[in-house]
Each structure stands twice: as C-alpha cells, then as structure tokens.
Design a protein around this ligand. Structure first.
Ligand SMILES: N[C@@H](CCC(=O)N[C@@H](CS)C(=O)NCC(=O)O)C(=O)O
Length: 379
C-alpha cells in the first residue's frame, strides 16, 4: 500500500487538524518528526521555509498548510462525507469556525501552553523533541529547546498574550468551553452527525494545546468533559455510536433551523474575534495602499505585515496581522458570493442575528491566493 507521509509534531496545532482528518478518512500515512533529516533538507527546500504540517504524497508531491492539505484529500475523494456542507448556511458557519478556531483561539492556546511552567514545562521539553534535529544528547537538546520555546513565547505576545490580558483570556476561554460543552450535549460534532471544516478549525487549538498540555488538559476534563470527549472522537478512525450519535443521527442540521446553542457560540465569536479581524482588515488595506506591486508577493506567513491595535474585552491589544487570516476570511466570502440571492438572504439573516454581519463586508482591497506554499496578493 502506498502511504502518504505527514511531517509534523504531536504538539503542533495545525498538524493535529490534518492528522485527525487523515485518521477519520482512513488515509494511510506515516508520520515523521519534523526535526528529522529529510524534513530539514528535502522538505524544507520544497516548501521554502520551516513550517509544519507538510504532507508528501505517494507521488512525491508536497502540500503545505492545514487547509490546503484537507482540500487536497477532499479533491482526491478520500472523504466519505465532505467536510464542506452542501447546505449553504452550514457551509458559511463551517468557514466561520475554521477561521475562528485556527486563528481566533490562539491567545488561549498560547497562554495555557507557555504561562504555566510549573505544570507544563517538563512535558513541553519532552514533546518538543519532535522538532529537534536527530541524535542530540540531553545536554545538547536543552539550548535548542530554549531557543525554540523562546520563539513561541515571543509569538504569544504577538497574539496578544501579555500579563495584562491573562485573566481575561482565562475568562473568555472558560465562557467558550461552557458554550461549546452545552452545544455538544445533543450532537457529536459542531454541525450534527459528522465533522465538517468547522470542527477541524476548532480542533486545532482545542486538541494539540488545550487537550494535551497538562494545565489546560485538566481544566478541560474538569470543566468541559463533553468537549474533551469531542477531541477524542475527532481524533480516532473508528465511528462511535453513542448517546449523542443516536440522538442527532448521521446527518447535519437543517440550515433553516440552527440550534440556539450554536447561535450562542456565533455571538461569542462576534464579541471575541470580530474586533480583531476588523482591525486586521483595516490595517491590511492601509498596508496594501502603501505597497508597490513588487513588494506584494509572496508574503511569508507568520512574519505578518505589522501590528494592529484594537479593543479586546476592555483591553487595548496589538496583534500581528497575518495575510493568512485574510485568506481564510476570503474563502468564507467567496462561498457567500457564489450563493443565490435567496441563500445569501438566509446567511445574512443568521449573521445579523448573531452580530456577525460585518464579516461579509470586511474585504481586502486585493484578493489573496496561495501559490507555492505561500500567500500571494493578486496584482
Ligand atoms: N496556516 C498554516 C500554519 C502553520 C503553522 O503556523 N505551523 C506552526 C506549527 S503549529 C509552525 O510551523 N511554526 C514554525 C515557526 O513559526 O517557525 C497551516 O495551517 O499549515
């Protein structure tokens, strides 16, 4: 049997999303630690930078980026039930949770990983061995771990994790857990009987950081056990028929009849994330206006294009503006633009009801695409 290779790390947020998809859809694969020889030479060269996850197909093709990898497998027909719901309202909701899960929950993911050293550090030191070069002695590993973890601690600050926001991050994460736990009481996945794009978006932070690092794992198990069970259900290849599956059936909700518990989660996103993505789009448009065509492409993810300021739950916060977020938002808007007028009206109605209508208007002045593993502004 021909295997795919997954290059990643057990503790990596975006690797977790891809791995869960591959397991659920029975894609045969071998996972190889990203610090290994082949990753540091052939793979890094092929994708142009050090970034995970990457898959190598049996034909020797490389695909980088969690979303592109899921789309690659969808296009090859691996998924028995597409992660893109055919119901237009559900499809837009799924895109919303892809964006919020993958990009909007980073403060909680980073805070609970890097600000509880007494509980987490020994575990992190071990789990980070996945990204260290092969063959280092224990003494040689320590400075490399300190370097790698130092970068991640600095990244936390760029996502808005500062002593001033710690308490609010904990409060807002606790509110999210309560809402998601309540929503999952009656169904096994976000939109009903099977996982869609939105589940994979949420799974990224909620598994690799928040259901794996010791501090937040215990918090989730103690305060949101149904969410914890969902992380398990998301991460196994077998189909589990339990109370929730029996109650909800195998299908997805009817887009015309969205449960109140899901609307509550959407209102949470409006409060927690809309100010940030709004500030980022405004910053991006100012930035685009000041660029010459030659400086526009390609833009390397992670480095960001600057820092945007906004008010987050009463704090003035500055976070890194990453073109990748504009790209995910554009995917939601493209899905909306392709709908009939009637379907657009239904989506608009739901987004207005949940205070999210602005998402449809927050557009960058240039389109953005992904080419050769990078975000590229269209000229
Ligand atoms: N949008 C990318 C994000 C990938 C990403 O940021 N990966 C992290 C690990 S979870 C990484 O490789 N960081 C390396 C670095 O920043 O140097 C994806 O979905 O693949």
């Amino acid at each position: 049997m021909k295997h795919h290779k997954l290059y990643g790390m057990a503790a990596s947020l975006y690797t977790g999303k891809v791995r869960a998809y591959m397991r659920r859809n029975h894609v045969p694969f071998i996972e190889e630690k990203a610090g290994g020889e082949r990753f540091n030479t052939v793979v890094k060269e092929a994708v142009g930078r050090w970034i995970i996850p990457v898959i190598e197909t049996p034909d020797g093709e490389f695909v980088q980026d969690g979303t592109d990898i899921l789309d690659y497998f969808e296009s090859k027909g691996y998924s028995a039930q597409s992660i893109y719901p055919t119901d237009p309202v559900l499809n837009i909701i799924s895109h919303l949770f892809e964006l919020f899960g993958g990009e909007g929950m980073l403060r909680a993911a980073m805070h609970y990983r890097w600000n509880f050293d007494d509980t987490n550090l020994n575990f992190l030191r071990h789990t980070f061995e996945d990204v260290l070069p092969n063959g280092l002695t224990k003494e040689e590993r320590e400075p490399v771990f300190l370097h790698a973890s130092g970068r991640m601690r600095r990244a936390s600050v760029a996502f808005g994790v500062t002593p001033d926001t710690y308490q609010t991050i904990e409060e807002s994460y606790s509110e999210f857990l309560t809402l998601f736990n309540t929503h999952l009481e009656d169904r096994p996945f976000l939109l009903g009987g099977y996982p869609t794009l939105g589940d994979y978006g949420l799974f990224s932070p909620l598994y690799a950081h928040l259901a794996r690092d010791p501090k937040p794992l215990q918090l989730m198990q103690m305060t949101a056990p149904i969410v914890f069970r969902w992380t398990e259900r998301m991460n196994i290849p077998e189909y589990v028929i339990d109370e929730r599956q029996l109650k909800s059936g195998d299908g997805l909700f009817d887009g015309a009849n969205i449960p109140d518990t899901l609307k509550a989660l959407m209102r949470f996103i409006a409060e927690d994330y809309l100010p940030e993505i709004s500030a980022h789009v405004a910053f991006t448009n100012d930035w685009l206006a000041s660029q010459t065509d030659a400086t526009l492409a390609p833009t390397s993810l992670g480095r960001g294009i600057g820092m945007a300021e906004f008010n987050w739950r009463g704090h003035t916060v500055k976070t890194a503006v990453m073109p990748y977020r504009t790209y995910l938002l554009q995917r939601l808007q493209d899905a909306f633009d392709g709908l009939t007028a009637n379907d657009q009206a239904s989506v608009r109605g739901l987004l207005s009801e949940t205070n999210l209508a602005a998402l449809l208007e927050l557009r960058s002045s240039r389109r953005i695409s992904r080419k050769e593993h990078l975000e590229v502004w269209d000229v």
